[in-house]
Design a binder for this molecule. Structure first.
Ligand code: CO
Length: 136
């Protein structure tokens, strides 16, 4: 069951440059900054009401976000929906024949469990489903 939009992911070349807009001008509070080595990104979460913007900067050119930037340039990267049971959502997607990037959940930012759905199955929108860690 989908809860709400957890965050939208925005690919940026440089986090500190992006933060000048999001944090300094738009006054979105920075709530978390984390390097996720397995995903090859440094991510910053900013509060937007109950949801977040996730700024993503690649750790190198040969990472998913690095390749995205090289191909498409900075911009909207993915939309993340919050779910209460990620296994059930993945099973439903699989049963519907949806192409999954992650067949099983992996650990995302702030110890959430996440899985990505291929944009080929979602009308071109890279889609992430997120089950937050218990303490959030
Ligand atoms: Co995300």
């Amino acid at each position: 069951m989908l809860g709400r939009i957890d965050h939208i992911g925005v690919a940026v070349e440089d986090l500190d440059t992006a933060l000048k807009l999001y944090a300094d001008v738009l006054k979105m509070p920075v709530v978390h900054r984390e390097t996720v080595t397995e995903q090859g990104v440094e991510a910053v979460l900013l509060d937007v009401g109950e949801s977040h913007v996730e700024l993503l900067a690649p750790l190198g050119p040969d990472t998913p976000v690095g390749k995205f930037l090289a191909k498409k340039g900075p911009g909207l990267h993915h939309v993340a929906y919050q779910v209460s049971d990620i296994e059930a959502t993945l099973a439903a997607l699989k049963a519907a024949g949806t192409r999954l990037i992650d067949e099983t959940p992996r650990i995302g930012i702030r110890n959430s469990r996440v899985a990505f759905v291929h944009p080929a199955s979602t009308g071109g929108v890279l889609t992430e489903i997120v089950q937050p860690a218990e303490d959030h």
